[in-house]
Write a protein that binds this ligand. Structure first.
Ligand SMILES: [Zn+2]
Length: 321
């Protein structure tokens, strides 16, 4: 199977730009083409990937230039390409909570981490290079949102109606989804990972489950996840099952007196031979458990990011044995 992105017209004038595997950094995006104006939903992890996407969309936007860019959240794989798109005439929309996260982990920091990892012959170094070494982090910081909102925002662009609904904090602090009711399409950002393991950076899980319920309620025909192939309500339900299993598994282990480190190893093993064991980047369970732990114990410290990556590097080695 090709691992390149491809552009798919999922409804009249609505395109998904999908990476079929969707591991670390290999995100999806979307385009809504109206009369004389278009909306781009997310950019990609670097400038070359974003430029390739724009050229794939070339004929679609020839008479309907992008006037609006919506960022579903502030993770770099959904906004580091913003500078390619964000001309002064382009409105950049994100939730207010996401906008505050835009400058937290700039491309220069990723470039530094990957360069350092290349010079370090260690389990952690190899994991970082494998996960992020394919991307070009030499670009400028992402162009910041020019319009922010909390809750809901409606937009009509070139006759297409978009409903932006914020569900964060969940995957990140300010996740939003884009709902096109007339076309029966939802762009979920990273509130859906399909074929890959969800990452709970912020939570609580209940916010994320509320998003899954709302998406089910909309009964869309096509769902474009943040990572992995196009999906339907079965894909939404699978992500909800994972989050529920993590939340319940953490609560049980917390009550039993385990530490978060013990719970990561124990819960991970309990997922062997389940539907979740086949999902990519299974080691992300470490992030999910650490976040659940903070919700169970408000005094539980935020794990340093490199410590989380070290834990994930060690877990990833277990699956390959
Ligand atoms: Zn992502």
């Amino acid at each position: 199977m090709s691992t390149d992105h491809r552009s798919i017209e999922v409804a009249d004038g609505v395109f998904a730009y999908v990476h079929p595997v969707g591991g670390w950094g290999w995100s999806n995006a979307g385009l809504v083409v109206g009369e004389g104006a278009s909306v781009l939903v997310d950019t990609l992890y670097d400038r070359p990937l974003t430029e390739a996407m724009l050229s794939a969309f070339g004929s679609a936007v020839a008479t309907a230039p992008i006037t609006t860019l919506v960022n579903t959240h502030a993770n770099g794989d959904h906004c580091f390409g913003n500078s390619v798109v964000a001309l002064p005439s382009v409105e950049v929309i994100a939730s207010a909570a996401s906008a505050e996260e835009f400058s937290e982990l700039p491309p220069a920091t990723m470039a530094f981490l990957v360069d350092a990892a290349r010079n370090e012959d260690s389990e952690l170094g190899r994991y970082i290079v494998e996960s992020f070494g394919a991307f070009d982090f030499s670009g400028p910081p992402p162009a910041a949102p020019t319009t922010t909102f909390s809750g809901r925002l409606e937009r009509e662009v070139g006759g297409k109606h978009l409903q932006l609904v914020e569900f964060g904090p969940a995957h990140t602090k300010g996740d939003l989804v884009v709902h096109l009711a007339e076309q029966g399409v939802v762009f979920t950002g990273d509130l859906l990972f399909i074929g890959g393991t969800p990452i709970l950076w912020d939570g609580p899980v209940s916010n994320w489950l509320r998003a899954c319920e709302q998406i089910e309620g909309w009964a869309p025909e096509v769902i474009v996840p943040g990572h992995g192939p196009l999906t339907d309500l079965d894909g939404v339900r699978a992500v909800a099952r994972y989050l529920e299993a993590v939340e319940t598994g953490c609560a049980e282990r917390f009550s039993a007196g385990m530490t978060s480190r013990e719970a990561i190893a124990d819960l991970d093993r309990s997922f062997d031979h389940t539907e979740f064991s086949e999902w990519g980047d299974r080691e992300r369970i470490a992030i999910c458990v650490e976040t659940c732990w903070r919700h169970l114990d408000p005094n539980h410290p935020v794990a340093p990011i490199m410590e989380l990556f070290q834990t994930m590097a060690a877990l990833a080695g277990r699956y390959q044995r």
